[in-house]
Ligand binder design. Structure first.
Ligand SMILES: [Fe+2]
Length: 319
């Protein structure tokens, strides 16, 4: 008989069971260290605000020392200060500011996480190549590099280009289906240069859609038609008149907002922030939030609502 079995059989009280169970990676449900169920969502993630002015200045300075060979890593991850995390922005998504200097390119690779770029500042000549398809990157555009698509980025303009990357890498970390591959060549062969593509949402088209959307208390919304290519996230734009507010509400989705135009303020849980063009806001799950514009404003939002809905976990409330 094993010593463990013998110890269990000879136990004279519950306390005597626990060390033996622990040796075999068992914990008694009546004796666990922490609850596993609670009444409503809890998150350790914090609502946060990041300044584009600060991020852009840091990237410009870094550009003095981070050369072309590391251009694809010249980015600033917007991490949430929870535990020892230095990557995730919210539970399922990560956002980063990225800068590419004139003449540089980010080498091609592919990975299971879905990635998108929301372009902040770029002159003509900045573009991505996604599976051989050349897609221009202009301010206010959203470009998709869906799961497993080869992607690389170029700056053939005379000025630095800046954008915000958003990826579902933290979700892939949680579920663990990570695959990553460097492209076998130094560059993809460009096979198409289309005027329109499902991976490319142009600011001009977004603006037209927002303008024609019905306004609810000064707020117009436009959801990008990205669901077929981007299964984990909902991507949408909000256009707010000066003085308009989203109203206070919350949901089980985690959200990242990027300010495309304008300025205003926001309550994110207990955090009150002032935001302006290029800034990023993080709203963790079930955090009440309200965004108010002080000028005519446009915000881009990525959230994980489709993931939660597919699993039956999406809920929302007005307070
Ligand atoms: Fe990538």
């Amino acid at each position: 008989m094993s010593t463990s079995l013998q110890a269990l059989r000879e136990a004279s009280n519950l306390e005597a069971l626990y060390p033996v169970l622990s040796d075999h990676c068992m914990t008694a449900g009546w004796h666990k260290k922490r609850p596993s169920l609670w009444k409503s969502p809890r998150t350790a993630f914090q609502p946060r605000h990041w300044s584009y002015e600060l991020g852009r200045t840091a990237l410009d300075q870094a550009g003095l020392w981070i050369g072309t060979e590391l251009a694809e890593r010249r980015n600033l991850l917007l991490f949430n200060p929870v535990g020892d995390n230095d990557y995730d922005t919210v539970r399922t998504l990560v956002a980063a500011y990225q800068m590419i200097k004139p003449g540089e390119y980010a080498r091609p690779h592919r990975h299971t996480p879905n990635a998108l770029r929301f372009v902040l500042d770029a002159q003509p000549g900045v573009f991505s190549v996604v599976n051989g398809i050349k897609l221009p990157m202009r301010p206010g555009d959203v470009l998709l590099t869906p799961s497993d698509c080869w992607h690389s980025h170029f700056n053939d303009s005379a000025h630095n280009a800046y954008w915000i990357d958003i990826l579902d890498v933290p979700l892939v970390h949680l579920l663990e289906p990570m695959f990553f591959e460097e492209h076998p060549g130094t560059e993809q062969t460009i096979t198409q240069s289309p005027q329109a593509h499902a991976f490319w949402f142009k600011q001009a088209d977004i603006q037209t859609a927002l303008t024609s959307a019905s306004a609810l208390q000064g707020v117009q919304r436009h959801v990008l038609a990205s669901a077929a290519d981007f299964a984990t996230q909902q991507l949408q734009f909000l256009q707010l008149q000066s003085g308009a507010s989203t109203g206070l509400h919350r949901s089980t989705a985690s959200r990242i907002f990027c300010v495309g135009q304008g300025a205003g303020e926001a309550m994110l849980g207990d955090l009150h922030v002032q935001w302006q063009r290029g800034d990023v806001l993080a709203v963790p799950s079930w955090t009440p939030f309200e965004i108010r514009a002080h000028q005519p404003s446009q915000l881009f939002e990525a959230n994980d609502r489709p993931t939660l809905e597919k699993l039956g976990f999406y809920r929302e409330a007005t307070t």
